[in-house]
Design a protein around this ligand. Structure first.
Ligand code: ADP
Length: 411
């Protein structure tokens, strides 16, 4: 049995899933939260066929090293593995791969150093990813470990779309450009869309909408990303739970002058206090709907703004793609929120986008289509599975190891 452990290491959490890659099934999953706080939490699920066993342990977990030891111990105790050495590979989610990584890569000291070099580009994410890798390498030095980058799928975006209209030196010396994120999810649902439509991915033009707490849109031409709404950081683009998405950059300077907030405080305000939360006070879309139903004007405005921004991106990406085969909705909101999906598509009938209201309210864990008969464009709801995609990419990376160099050329 090929067993692959997927690790997503955050600043105070480690999420994980153990896959049996022979059947693509999940053997165990869980998360350690509140690392470093007085009481940490470890919740774990073991899967045996349709049987699920859950456990919750509350205790202090001092650091990521201790967290990973807990995970290894629980995987052994619950019989998911007998020894760590039974793992065929470990796949690590890494948020930022900059221009250095276009593909998953087997981790060695050189690769790890390059991931560390990306820390200035992703100071909120890459340090925790690096920590997870360092600890896993220490605890399982003989297991192949692979890094999978959120940015990699978008490395096919051409310069006219990834460059900002800023002085050249900011790009060449400071790496300022659009990188895009959620690449693992956009790639996964694009492949699933191709399977659903029974066409090769290389023949398809798609707009994929990942609408979760974070949200981004991607324009995919012939299976490759040619533009995406997140930018140098995940702040740009669509309105998100707590991130503002596109705003006039001059607002930051205006806020600095008029409110006296520091640049760190403004960064935090735009990332953590804005988006849906900024407009109506709550960041969870279900709560926004709940407020809107009670007549809350701010919640209604938040929904209007949220869907309007998505619609603008659909229009823009349709224009750059020229021909569009399908729009794909994914992420917690994209997969579950029929109201948002309908609102984003309403009025686009002249573009050949026509949603079927009855199909749209279907609830399903599998992919389904929601386009009406008159629609020239397929409208699909596809559950994302970033962990499975990471596990699959980990397996193909270790199978291909040594065959090709995955470093792209330097700037
Ligand atoms: P993350 O980006 O953290 O992975 P998810 O993809 O799980 O987040 O998406 C979280 C969002 O999905 C939340 O705003 C949540 O309210 C929303 N969501 C989940 N289920 C539903 C639902 N049934 N209807 C509307 N929104 C939902």
């Amino acid at each position: 049995m090929i067993k692959v452990l997927v690790i997503n290491s955050g600043s105070s959490s480690i999420k994980y899933q153990l896959f049996n890659m022979d059947g693509g099934t999940v053997l165990a999953s869980g998360a350690i939260e509140r690392i470093g706080e007085a009481t940490g939490l470890h919740h774990h699920r073991s899967y045996q066929g349709s049987d699920i066993t859950e456990s919750r342990h509350e205790q202090r977990i001092a650091d990521h090293r201790e967290g990973l030891l807990h995970i290894g111990a629980l995987l052994r105790e619950t019989g998911a593995i007998t020894e760590i050495s039974e793992l065929s590979a470990i796949g690590h989610r890494v948020v930022h791969g900059g221009e250095s990584f276009r593909e998953p890569i087997l981790i060695n000291e050189t690769v790890l150093q390059k991931i560390r070099d990306m820390i200035p580009l992703a100071p909120l994410h890459n340090p925790a990813n690096v920590m997870g890798i360092e600890v896993a390498l220490e605890q399982a030095p003989d297991i192949p470990q692979v890094a999978i980058f959120d940015t990699a799928f978008h490395q096919s975006i051409p310069a006219h779309a990834y460059r900002y209209a800023l002085p050249e030196s900011l790009y060449t010396e400071h790496r300022v450009r659009r990188y895009g994120f959620h690449g693992t999810s956009h790639h996964y649902v694009a492949k699933q869309a191709a399977a659903f439509l029974k066409k090769p991915l290389e023949s398809l033009n798609l707009i994929t909408l990942h609408l979760g707490n974070g949200a981004s849109a991607a324009a995919i031409a012939h299976g490759k990303s040619i533009d995406t709404s997140m930018g140098m950081t995940p702040l740009e683009g669509l309105i998100m739970g707590t991130r503002c998405g596109d705003i006039d950059p001059a607002i930051s300077f205006y806020l600095g002058r008029t409110t006296g907030l520091s640049s760190d405080e403004i960064e935090s305000l735009l990332n953590k206090e804005s988006g849906l939360k900024g407009i109506c006070g709550v960041n969870d879309m279900r709560e926004v709907h709940h407020l809107a139903k009670t007549g809350n004007a701010q919640a209604r405005l938040a929904l209007d703004m949220y869907c309007y921004r998505i619609k603008k991106y659909i229009g823009a990406y349709y224009a750059v793609l020229g021909h569009l085969d399908a729009v794909v909705f994914t992420g917690g909101i994209g997969e579950n929120d029929a109201w948002v999906r309908e609102r984003c598509c309403t009025g686009l009938e002249t573009l050949g986008i026509a949603l079927n209201a009855e199909k749209n309210i279907i609830v399903s864990n599998a992919a389904f289509d929601i386009d009406g008969e008159a629609s020239k464009v397929s409208l699909l709801v596809i559950p994302t599975n970033e962990e499975l995609e990471i596990a699959q990419q980990t397996v193909s990376c270790i199978k291909n190891r040594g065959q090709t160099s995955v470093f792209s050329s330097p700037y």
